[in-house]
Ligand binder design. Structure first.
Ligand code: SF4
Length: 360
């Protein structure tokens, strides 16, 4: 067999031979690609794989998703975190039904007009589902291009970001002119970054495009991409009430906008909580009782667990209480749950962690 004559040809051939069999790659309709791309933002492929199949089973198409209750969508999203993505997905499905007759739009302008869809996701949908020569730049593409071209300076800087999008545009347009499919060209780049050109220990010895790579030639792939130093993560302590009634049910609340500040996502079921600044201040027990409109009797000792969320390191202090009377939560809804139902309600991973501690 003749050797591929260009980088695009070599990488597309490699992709055909080595691409992982991922559920969203089978039958890549716009709906299926869109759901997968939103799930894959900030979440590992392995964590998404199972959730994706279950989500598609529950909401097999746009109209099923558009018609669902928000709570059902959040519940199907449980475990993936960053719940804003699920809300946007739901809102976008409703917009497609309302504005586009239930058919996923094809123009970049209309795709980008949907809630939660930015430049990358629009490019991924247009190229993978519609096979159009639209560029994409994600973390994998960023790393691969930075190494191929030996890009200097902070990769997140404005100039470098502009250059990355220009390179991605040239990549997909020139590759298409050379006879390759845009969907293969873009996915091949990302797959190379995920499987071969990995952040640590890139496998340059097996890389199909090593002959075209500046970082490999210089023997310095680990030096790319260049990143500015990160500012340290913020720390925050929160105090949670583990409300258990005489029947072993747990009291959870669902906050609406306008209540006390919390880094946990709004609209999910959670244990009532308040910030508890570090220092000698007593736990904000009285304020929490006012917020719930009941008196609470501590039940055993408090315990603390740590949790990371976005750019924060959280200390979650959990105080179990015996729940008597009927709370009236001032900032949203209150409901009692059997423990097994509480664990599958729409909730953040911080709440799951605390509930497991409470039921242990
Ligand atoms: S040669 Fe190495 S550094 Fe260059 S693209 Fe391939 S795996 Fe990445």
């Amino acid at each position: 067999m003749a050797k591929p004559s260009s980088r695009a040809e070599a990488l597309a051939a490699w992709f055909k031979a080595h691409a992982r069999d991922l559920p969203w790659r089978r039958n890549p309709t716009a709906y299926r690609v869109w759901i997968s791309e939103i799930m894959l933002q900030q979440t590992r492929v392995e964590a998404v794989r199972e959730k994706y199949v279950a989500f598609l089973r529950r909401f097999p198409g746009l109209s099923a998703l558009a018609q669902a209750d928000e709570e059902a969508v959040l519940q199907a999203w449980s475990g993936l975190g960053y719940y804003r993505r699920a809300r946007m997905l739901h809102a976008a499905a409703q917009k497609v039904v309302a504005d586009h007759g239930g058919r996923f739009p094809r123009s970049m302008e209309e795709i980008r007009g949907l809630p939660g869809i930015g430049r990358y996701t629009a490019g991924a949908i247009a190229s993978i589902a519609f096979n159009r020569p639209e560029p994409i730049v994600d973390g994998n593409v960023e790393r691969v291009f930075a190494r191929w071209h030996g890009m200097q300076g902070d990769i997140k800087g404005r100039k470098n970001q502009q250059r990355l999008w220009d390179l991605a545009q040239q990549w997909v347009e020139q590759g298409q002119a050379g006879g390759q499919h845009p969907r293969d060209l873009n996915q091949a780049l990302m797959e190379l970054g995920a499987l071969v050109c990995t952040p640590r220990g890139p496998a340059c010895g097996t890389c199909p495009v090593s002959a075209h790579c500046a970082a490999h030639k210089a023997g310095t792939p680990g030096a790319f991409p260049v990143r500015a130093e990160k500012s340290p993560r913020r720390g925050l302590r929160l105090w949670f009430a583990g409300l258990l009634d005489a029947n072993g049910k747990v009291g959870l609340v669902r906050r609406v906008p306008g209540g006390p500040k919390s880094p946990l996502p709004l609209g999910l079921w959670e244990l009532p909580h308040l910030p508890w600044p570090e220092g000698d201040q007593p736990a904000p027990s009285a304020e929490l009782q006012r917020m719930l409109g009941v008196r609470l009797a501590p039940r055993g000792k408090a315990l603390a667990v740590t949790h990371s969320i976005m750019d924060m390191n959280l200390t979650l202090v959990l105080q179990p209480f015996s729940l008597e009377g009927s709370p009236r939560f001032r900032h949203g809804f209150f409901r009692r749950f059997e423990p097994r139902h509480a664990l599958v309600a729409a909730q953040s991973s911080a709440t799951t962690k605390l509930l497991r501690e409470l039921f242990a």
